[in-house]
Design a binder for this molecule. Sequence first.
Ligand SMILES: NC(=O)C1=CN([C@@H]2O[C@H](COP(=O)(O)OP(=O)(O)OC[C@H]3O[C@@H](n4cnc5c(N)ncnc54)[C@H](O)[C@@H]3O)[C@@H](O)[C@H]2O)C=CC1
Ligand SMILES: O=C(O)[C@@H]1CCC=N1
Length: 266
Amino acid sequence: MSTAIIGAGVMGETLLSGLVRAGRRVDQLMVGEKRPERAHELEERYGVAVVSNREAAAKADTVALVVKPQDMGDVLDEIAPDLRPGQLLVSLAAGITTSYIESRVPEGVAVVRVMPNTPALVDEGMAAISPGSHCDESHLTEAESLMASTGKVLRIPEKQMDAVTAISGSGPAYIFFVVESMIEAGVHLGLPRATSTELVVQTLVGSAAMLRETGTHPVVLREQVTSPSGTTASALRELEIHRVRAAFLAAMEAARNRSRELAEGN
Ligand SMILES: NC(=O)C1=CN([C@@H]2O[C@H](COP(=O)(O)OP(=O)(O)OC[C@H]3O[C@@H](n4cnc5c(N)ncnc54)[C@H](O)[C@@H]3O)[C@@H](O)[C@H]2O)C=CC1
Ligand SMILES: O=C(O)[C@@H]1CCC=N1
């Protein structure tokens, strides 16, 4: 099965590198990329063929669309004449619905919408997938296998996609923001930056491993750290006073709303 990736920026390369790591044959992969210097970089790095978007659409069994939502209309209009019924189109773009894509491509092209995230770069990705209206099980399985090369995959109803985008799609950015803030705090408290960074990164990795390996609810894990009248209780009181919980809710609502706006072409 040949796969084309159209749009080889951050997420396009993440997908490409994952497929290569998972053992997909490079001669079964191709890339369509607008920026010539970027295309050249990927040719050099992976030995992958860079072709025009139309050639990618005409040749590949599966076409992954990894351009920005704002560029999706133009790309679909460009490749529509080369697509054929039964072919699989996988969109990784935030906001863009399967019905929007289906309305711009020939009848019978199978569309799967995916929301991935960047930890896929280290094979710890979280991707959610939803079928469009012309998908059969084999299309969904192929999209699932594409994304499973770099992490976990969950099938979800498309109506949940904007919320998923806000949680796991954008999620790594919130975590990096927390990490960055904790490192800075360590520096304020007098730690050398390298020490603070090592402490925070390992604390994050250790906490994530506890969540995954014990399956224990985060509230219970947090309570285990919080000794009566201790240091953690003092810190958590400040987080509540500064409404960090409410800020997370507002942030994720804003991301969900932005995903909805992107669907309307804004
Ligand atoms: N970066 C992330 O963490 C995530 C991104 N996504 C989605 O992935 C998509 C791409 O995002 P990024 O990789 O972050 O953006 P990016 O800007 O790094 O990559 C987009 C790439 O598409 C190329 N491009 C633009 N128009 C093109 C055209 N007509 N033909 C061929 N290539 C074209 C650009 O030159 C660029 O290399 C977006 O739709 C985004 O919503 C989804 C989940 C996570
Ligand atoms: O910020 C964005 O729009 C993309 C989608 C999810 C993560 N990055």
